[in-house]
Design a protein around this ligand. Structure first.
Ligand code: MSP
Length: 560
């Protein structure tokens, strides 16, 4: 390993195969979503987490590229398009636009939105397939073979299933409404077994390859049995919506192969410019797609001689009220659009960030979102900011208090700053893994909790010190200013800290405090304007005029 400039390391390990790693440059991907139905809460979740992680890392001085998009080929998209009565193109475009709109409404700052139907993507899928077709597996035999296959196919998963993946009466465990269909086809297959031993070694050696550990262990279990050949084609007679195989026009590419390659084509692979992003790539996924990302994808990459992803970060699922999978018939579906309409995108982002768990499923319902909105956002954050600002405007001539701090209030402000810093530094230690960013998906709820704790402490402090009572004595005038200043400056730092989770609310709050907004910059917008953010006490300008005081979280009563 040799150092080549301040941030650049050349690493010749198996993992990176000579890629240039720029230590502050990373690339976050989300799964790309099937367009056979409207965007739902699960899609919103992964993409919002990716955006929070991007902003969080940008606050720490990293340069982060974020991709998301839509997966538009395959059987279920084809069936949905046929049912829609629209032309396939119109259907796909309309559905893909709905995803883009959802992510825009949610305030997601994606740098690239891929549609797998775009020409460059399709050409590069064919390019990688041609490369694979010419490849010999490590056992000296051809990597890709053609053979007759018969098996049970689940169109929901777009995968052939083993008996163990199905209920006794043949329904898919992931899609209880879909009976797997007996399918017999002549297809192309990629032989995965010759790569299994290498992949096991790789997963064992790289403790952070799959996060959190529970999923790495699951992956090792998947890899403990011989791997079946992976079917990489579908006959055109059955499926026309797909990328034609470059070596046999009677077939289209299996949708998963096509979809996974988006992670490369989004950063222009195989143009060498893809390298510095790819060296820091992290795939965010739900636990349902661990096998495709942890087994299929690394083997495809090994076979195509492309370095493996640096990390796969996995999260568990959201369940509806009652702890059951959301479904229309149970009436427990949470529609992200309705939640945004009533509570705002920030409230949804906050709920997801604060309550998600990566290792176990969590519940979500409109009632839970409302309760969190009212207790944490409206009563604690919104109320404190508004109360202090209104008090300040009324008592200090329409201005912020002076910045001279009483020692006691200074100590309190230092404690608040420390909490905000903790939210950012808990796992921001120098990384062993070639400088790869150690702020993890799993640490997002902890960040939210630390910041909420800081807000709670300020509420308690203000209640205890009661500036509204103290002000009745003229002798207390400067102490009152000091209390209010300390807490408004504390709130300023908390709002800055909250920016990755609620960028819109944070900037509106900061504007009320006379502060410039936090913004992403660049083309693409991959860095924080002004670079790494430092939380510094005392930045609030004492005595500055207060503008319009708005209500960040209007109270929302139960809708009967
Ligand atoms: N198109 C494939 C992915 C290809 S990636 C190269 C696919 N699409 S999907 O539309 O079914 O989206 C699956 C992803 O949506 C999950 O991995 C997860 O990120 C997210 N979620 C779907 N349901 C979810 C929950 N109930 N909870 C949280 N996230 C979930 O699979």
């Amino acid at each position: 390993m040799g150092i080549d400039g301040p941030w650049v390391i050349i690493d010749d390990s198996f993992r990176t195969r000579g890629l240039r790693i720029e230590m502050n440059r990373t690339y976050i991907t989300t799964p790309i979503y099937y367009v056979n139905a409207a965007p739902h809460l699960g899609h919103a979740h992964t993409t919002v987490m990716a955006d929070i992680l991007k902003r969080y890392r940008c606050m720490l001085g990293y340069d982060v590229f974020l991709s998301t998009g839509t997966d538009e080929h395959g059987q279920k998209n084809q069936e949905a398009a046929a049912k829609s009565g629209l032309s396939t193109d119109e259907y796909l475009t309309g559905q893909s636009d709905a995803f883009r709109r959802a992510f825009d409404l949610l305030g997601v700052d994606y740098d690239f939105f891929v549609r797998t139907t775009r020409p460059f993507h399709k050409t590069q899928v064919q390019f990688i397939e041609s490369r694979l077709k010419e490849t010999m597996a490590p056992d000296g035999e051809p990597l890709i073979i053609q053979k007759l296959y018969s098996g049970l196919y689940c169109s929901g998963c777009e995968q052939f299933k083993r008996d163990a993946d199905l209920t006794d009466d043949g329904f898919c465990l992931e899609h209880p409404n879909l009976r797997a269909e007996q399918t017999e086809e002549n297809n192309y297959f990629l032989r995965m077994e010759p790569y299994r031993a290498d992949l096991v070694t790789y997963v064992e050696k790289n403790a952070d390859f799959v996060q959190p550990e529970q999923y790495r262990q699951e992956l090792l279990v998947m890899l403990s049995q011989p791997l079946e050949d992976l079917c990489i084609s579908r006959p055109k007679a059955r499926l026309s919506l797909g990328v034609e195989l470059p070596f046999d026009p009677e077939f289209v590419t299996y949708v998963w192969i096509d979809a996974l390659v988006n992670y490369l084509t989004n950063v222009n692979w195989p143009d060498p410019s893809y390298e510095t992003r790819w060296a820091g790539v992290e795939h965010l996924i739900g636990k349902d797609i661990l096998k495709t990302h942890g087994v299929f994808w690394p083997i495809i990459l090994m076979a195509a001689n492309v370095p493996l992803p640096r990390r796969i970060s996995v999260h568990a699922h959201w369940l509806g009220a009652g702890g059951q999978k959301m479904s229309k018939s149970l009436g427990n579906v949470v529609d992200p659009f309705e939640v945004i309409e009533t509570y705002g995108a920030s409230a949804l982002r906050w709920f997801l960030a604060r309550n998600m768990r990566v290792t176990s499923d969590s519940q979500i319902s409109v009632d839970l979102i409302r309760a969190t909105y009212n207790t944490e956002l409206a009563n604690q954050l919104g109320n404190l900011l508004q109360r202090l600002l209104k008090f300040s405007a009324a008592r200090f001539d329409g201005c912020l208090p002076a910045s001279d701090l009483d020692p006691k209030d200074n100590e309190h402000l230092k404690a608040i700053r420390q909490l905000v810093c903790n939210a950012y530094s808990a796992n921001n230690l120098p990384s062993e893994a070639n400088g790869f960013e150690p702020v993890e998906l799993a640490s997002i709820p902890k960040m939210a909790e630390d910041l909420l704790h800081a807000i709670g402490l300020m509420n308690e402090y203000v209640t205890r010190e009661a500036p509204w009572t103290l002000i009745k004595e003229p002798a207390n005038a400067s102490r009152v200013q000091s209390i209010v200043y300390a807490n408004l400056d504390g709130l300023r730092m908390v709002l800055e800290g909250l920016w990755p989770i609620m960028p819109d609310i944070a900037n509106r709050g900061l504007a009320m405090l006379g502060q410039a907004p936090l913004e992403l910059t660049g083309s693409p917008r991959t860095t924080l304007a002004g670079g790494r953010h430092e939380f510094i006490a005392g930045r609030l300008v004492g005595g500055a005029r207060i503008g319009v005081i708005e209500t960040l979280f209007p109270r929302i009563e139960t809708i009967a």
